[in-house]
Structure formats: C-alpha cells, structure tokens
Design a protein around this ligand. Sequence first.
Ligand code: NAD
Length: 383
Amino acid sequence: VSKLKAAVVGLGIGHAHCAAYLDSEHAELAAVCDVWPGRLESVGGTFSQGSMRELRGLYPAGLEDKRWRDIGVRTYSRLNDLLADPEIRLVSVCTPDHLHAEQACRVLEAGKHLLLEKPLALDMAGAEAIGRAVEKSGKTFSVDYEFRLNPAVMKLRELVSGGFTGPVEALSVHHFRTPFKRDKYRHWIQKQVFSGGLIVEETSHWLDLARYISGLEVDSVSCRTAAGIHADFDYEDIAYLQGEFAGGGIWQISHALSGFAFSLNICVHGRRGTAWCALKENPRSLLDGKQTSYCGIVSWGEAGAPAEQVQTLTYGEEATEPYTIRAYARHFAACAAGEEEPRVSFNDARLALELSLAARRAAAAGATVDNVAAGDTARKEPR
Ligand SMILES: NC(=O)c1ccc[n+]([C@@H]2O[C@H](COP(=O)([O-])OP(=O)(O)OC[C@H]3O[C@@H](n4cnc5c(N)ncnc54)[C@H](O)[C@@H]3O)[C@@H](O)[C@H]2O)c1
C-alpha cells in the first residue's frame, strides 16, 4: 500500500508533525512550507534560532544538519503553491492561531486531509466556516488536542469510563508553567488578537480534557483572571475557571503562566474512588527536588482505601508533549488512511473554543455563563 504524501505548514511545533510523517506506516513527509526563510533552510533551522530545541530528540541523529531537499522533502514559501501540488494528500497546519480558520478552509477546499493545530479558530465564525468546509470536502479532519493521546491521561479516562471512580462528582486541572516562549514568529503569541489570550490558546486544552476524561458536557462556567505579571503579554497570566457539568458534578481549572517549571495535575473524585494524574516535562523536575525519574504518574484508590491499597503507574518521555504531538500526527495519518477514527472530532474542537470564549466572557462580565454546552449563553447576575 502506498503511503499518503504529507506536508507540514509552519515549522515551529510543526517539527513534531514532520517527525511523525518521517516515521509513519501511513504517511510520508513530502513537503514543508514556511514564510520564515531560516526555518526552510535546513531541517534544524528552527532549533538554531533558539525555540523548540526540545523537539530535536524526535529526529534521528544527524538529520538536523541536512537540507530538506537532501532528504527528499520539497520546500514552499507560499501555501497556495503547496496546495496546487496534486501529490500532497494530507496537510498539517501549524501556523499562528489567527491564521487557522482561513488556511484550514483553503486546505480543505484544495481537497486535502487536514490536521490543524489547536485552537480551531479564534472566534465562532471562523469555527463554523471550517465546519462547512469539512462537511463539503468529505476529507478527514482533526485538531491536535494531543493530550487525549497522552498515556497517563488515557489511563485516567479509563478509570473513569470503566467505573472505578463511579460517576464524576468533581474534576480539577491545575497547570503551573513558565511563560510562553518569546521567540515566536513576530511575537504572535504575546498578543490576544493573534493567540486568543491564555484561555483560547491553552486553557482550551484543559476544557477539552475535562469533557474527555469525565465523558460529560460542561454546563456552566465562571472565570477570574490575574494580569500584569508579564507585561509584554497583553492578556492574563493566570485564569481560574470553574463550573458544573450537565447532569451533575463540578469542575475547576487553575492555569498559571507565572511558574518556573511545568506541572499538570488532574484529579477525578467519585463516590467509589479517586483517580489522580501528574505530568512533568522532565523526569528530574525542579518541583520535586529532581528526585524522581518519571514524567507522568497516575494513582488511584477506592474511596476510603488505606494508603497501601492505592495503585500507581508511571510513564516516561512518551507522556511529554513533543512525543504526544508526534503520536497524534501519526494517529491522524492512520485516520486519513481509513484505519482509525480521529480522537478529536470537529465538534470536540468547536466545543473547546466555545467553552473558552464563554470563560472569557464570564471573566469580562464577572458573571457565570450558563447552558454553555447548549450554545445558549444566558447570563446570571454577578455573584
Ligand atoms: N498541540 C499543542 O500542544 C501545541 C503546542 C505548541 C504550539 N501549538 C500550536 O501550533 C501553532 C504554531 O505554534 P508555534 O509555537 O509553532 O509558533 P511559531 O511562531 O514558533 O511557529 C509558527 C510558524 O509558522 C510560520 N508561518 C507564519 N505565517 C505563515 C504563513 N502564512 N504560511 C506559512 N507559514 C507561516 C512562521 O514563520 C513560524 O515558523 C499554534 O497554533 C499553536 O497554538 C500547539
């Protein structure tokens, strides 16, 4: 069976997609596209400019010094030229957030399968335009909310869906991290108009996980933010969100860009049991005195169980972001080949955006937004 010829647009995190298509059963990397000449020069062009060095480990040794053409990959500086290539069947769009809606529609209209980096778009009009283009094209489509393929997150989800915890009474996500990198293309991530701000740009991951892990829809959201810690970002540094699930259960997300290492903790409480997950970026983290050798851990115990009955599993680098993004792109290639179903549907990505925008409105109004899952955003009086 011949492999699908794939292209990656945007060579920042796009490198994790390139690494996937360079080593996939279903796809092969045929082209890359970027407007930043330095990044098109050599495979490692992005790394020599500072950012994304952590992605180097995804490539076989010696590859980063090669030119793209030396490894048989065509380069394009304009998306339209790439889309005119009939051999390209699958495209990963990994450009700044404000370009997603327009570029996604062009890729789908050109008849290519599309893996789009998150977020889907920056507003619902952009989201709906992509939805129409997906429907019209009939092509395979997904958005890279890759935490759904993180092995520790999948274990947590299995503990919930398999009944270990019982129905979800409460779910929390606490994320502590360093500020976003400051060497993005034209500093797009530091401006709300280009990135959607903290909530659309990244809290949308945790809203997606709240739905994914609980199997429930979010019904209401309130939100408070703190700003001004990193003055070169024109939006909040910290967001605290909470609300209820439709049909019962409460949820809470705390998300801070003012940390000094990466930590993501997710906890699910039910009447039968509790399941907990913690992820780190490095096995030896500042946050545990460099004492541990794992990157992810899941622990679970029955309600009231003595400590010795709590079970634990740990995970290595496969539970870190670069590896899970590569895994998600490989999964997408299998989907485009008709072998798997996308783990993140258009509707999942639409809801992640809709909930994020509702949280932003709730923060601006100091009010709770109700019936968010239904898309009906009636507002309660401020509390
Ligand atoms: N799934 C995840 O966990 C995850 C992680 C990191 C980034 N992302 C997403 O990936 C996207 C890119 O982020 P990044 O951190 O790599 O940013 P970046 O600025 O490092 O890279 C973006 C690249 O796109 C290129 N580009 C800009 N305009 C272009 C155009 N018109 N045509 C072709 N190329 C163009 C830039 O030159 C740059 O090389 C964003 O949407 C971001 O939200 C997702």
